[in-house]
Design a protein around this ligand. Structure first.
Ligand SMILES: Nc1ncnc2c1ncn2[C@@H]1O[C@H](COP(=O)(O)OP(=O)(O)OP(=O)(O)O)[C@@H](O)[C@H]1O
Length: 241
């Protein structure tokens, strides 16, 4: 059974239709990545799955008592706020010093409890946000562009960490990413969104299947081809240009 799914979900924000008839599911231990152009509704879809944004039509299903971790795109924090990492990880739920120490070690930042959040690098901040999500012992982690602003080694290290966490905990990951290199390397399944689901597939499996090669190609070039193919034409009355 899926941990989490959207079934024919439509969402309108203000007067703007943002998602139309979107279906997507996340199974245990899989890594699914949502790609799509700016403004295509990726963040809105994550927020809808989290229950923050109400659906206009369709429905969101979550497995009973599902434990979810969320890594937001950015943390809206006052940079002058003197908030140590350890305190931040104890908000809003109080956590033991042992649990905080263990999770920080797990994400490769042992002993940073007393460091100020405002003094962390971008890569360290992403690890702290992941640590915060992991404290909930999640069955599924939802991440909105978790490596935005990181350099390539930082990004690669973050995804290696994510893969280790998946193997250790069995947590599924649903993330939004702009980086198609990473998408092809790190995802079990890719969902291409542009207000609706343009296409989806398992990159490693389908890239070897001849009937999909024309669509997916191979490696990153294939990912780019897939991306362009589905956003440079009109269909269903939706202008992708
Ligand atoms: N609260 C809101 N009220 C009205 N419109 C909104 C609201 N939030 C988002 N939108 C609009 O919904 C559309 C989708 O936004 P969303 O942030 O989900 O896209 P995205 O694919 O995550 O974009 P990006 O890649 O730039 O992060 C955009 O046109 C945005 O302006």
């Amino acid at each position: 059974m899926s941990l989490l799914s959207a079934e024919n979900v439509s969402v309108t924000l203000g007067a703007q239709p943002v998602l139309r008839d979107v279906s997507l599911s996340l199974d245990p231990a899989e890594i699914v990545t949502i790609v799509g152009p700016n403004g295509s509704g990726k963040s809105t879809l994550l927020r809808t799955l989290l229950g923050i944004v109400p659906v206009e039509a369709g429905r969101v299903r979550r497995a009973p008592r599902l434990r979810l971790g969320y890594v937001p795109q950015k943390l809206a924090l006052d940079p002058t706020l003197p908030l140590p990492v350890g305190r931040f990880l104890s908000l809003p739920h109080r956590r033991s010093a042992a649990d905080i120490g263990a999770v920080l070690a797990r994400v490769g930042l042992p002993g940073v409890e007393r460091r100020m959040l405002s003094g962390l690098s971008g890569g360290q901040m992403q690890r702290v946000l992941l640590a915060r999500a992991l404290l909930a012992n999640p069955q599924a982690i939802l991440m909105d562009e978790p490596t935005q602003g990181l350099d390539q080694p930082g990004e690669a290290a973050f995804y290696r960490l994510l893969e280790e966490v998946r193997q250790e905990t069995g947590a599924a990951v649903l993330m939004v990413s702009h980086d198609l290199h990473v998408v092809m390397a790190a995802s079990d399944r890719v969902v291409c969104l542009n207000g609706h689901v343009c296409c989806e597939g398992a990159p490693r499996v389908v890239s070897n299947a001849p009937e999909y090669r024309a669509l997916f190609g191979e490696g990153t070039r294939g990912a780019l081809a897939l991306y362009r193919h589905h956003h440079n034409h009109d269909h269903d009355g939706c202008d992708h240009a």
